[in-house]
Write a protein that binds this ligand. Structure first.
Ligand SMILES: Nc1ncnc2c1ncn2[C@@H]1O[C@H](COP(=O)(O)OP(=O)(O)OP(=O)(O)O)[C@@H](O)[C@H]1O
Ligand SMILES: CC(C)(CO)[C@@H](O)C(=O)NCCC(=O)O
Ligand SMILES: [K+]
Length: 259
């Protein structure tokens, strides 16, 4: 089985692919101090709980946090006796190379989202990922990543408001029933929720103007379904887009190896 690891700045997700479907998806917070042994205890315990055999033959990793890759490599070596494929490293091939400024390192999660979405929808896409940051990835007609937008994440914005203003509490993001809040929490939730709806719609409009062509919009990330309730800008909402992209990148590299 193939273990796909998506390491974000907030959360790390392990998903086990059996060749046909994902058998198990596990989530933990991202901490660079976590050792290979700690990963394995957590992983094998939950795999047992879900009654999935721990029979990992290959591992593919996307990590936006460079420091955690070291211990994930140790995990693969010690417990799965394999060398992981790490997106963004020179030995990991992509189906189509990104076209960006020389010297720019594109976030591996954005490269993976590009591959996953192009496979499902073809070219000319905007992928919106609601993670620690809210990112927009623009996919060209041939499936190349050609740039995009990085905006502060939704939870980060709420947290910043709470940190900077003494009278503003910590609140969770939710879709408020009205734009006009009649208490502090409702006012903050409205600002963030309708503010992000406006941000997403505005950025998509601007990208479409610059590209001068029809472009589908694909949303992913934990908060995508919540924002989908407040806008009709998304053509599709997919929670497994990053994992799908990781499976495809692994397959692509295997095929190159065999060729
Ligand atoms: N209704 C909700 N309200 C608040 N948070 C939610 C809700 N639904 C999902 N989430 C959050 O979405 C997050 C999952 O999103 P995702 O994995 O895409 O990004 P992340 O883990 O925040 O960021 P990164 O991938 O950059 O680490 C979880 O942390 C979860 O708390
Ligand atoms: C923007 C984030 C943090 C989103 O996870 C990640 O993709 C990243 O660290 N990117 C590096 C910079 C870039 O993508 O241009
Ligand atoms: K993510």
């Amino acid at each position: 089985m193939l273990l796909c690891i998506d390491c974000g700045n907030t959360n790390t997700v392990f998903s086990v692919w059996d060749g046909e479907r994902f058998r198990c998806t596990l989530r933990t917070s991202t901490e660079h101090q976590r050792t290979a042994d700690q990963y394995f205890v957590w992983f094998s315990t939950l795999m047992q709980h879900h009654k999935v055999p721990v029979d990992i033959r290959a591992v593919v990793i996307s990590s936006t946090v460079p420091r955690v890759v070291f211990n994930l490599r140790v995990l693969c070596d010690r417990y799965f006796t394999c060398r992981p494929l790490v997106v963004g490293k020179p030995d990991c091939a992509l189906p189509v190379a990104p076209r960006v400024d020389q010297g720019t390192t594109v976030g591996p999660d954005r490269l993976v989202n590009t591959v996953g979405s192009y496979d499902r929808h073809g070219g000319n896409l905007i992928v919106v990922d609601f993670g620690t940051a809210t990112t927009f990835d623009v996919v060209d007609a041939d499936g190349a990543y050609i740039g995009g937008v990085i905006a502060p994440g939704v939870n980060l914005s709420l947290e910043a408001l709470h940190m900077a203003a003494a009278a503003l509490p910590h609140v969770d993001v939710t879709k408020p029933p009205h734009a006009i809040g009649t208490n502090t929490v409702a006012c903050m939730q409205s600002g963030v929720y309708w503010g992000y709806v406006g941000l997403v719609e505005g950025i998509v409009r601007q990208i479409r103007v610059e590209r001068e062509r029809p472009m589908k919009v694909i949303a992913t990330g934990g908060l995508a379904p919540l924002f989908d309730q407040g806008t009709d800008i998304f053509d599709s909402v997919e929670d497994d887009l990053t994992m799908h992209g990781l499976v495809l990148i692994h397959r692509h590299n295997k095929e190159l190896e065999l060729a």
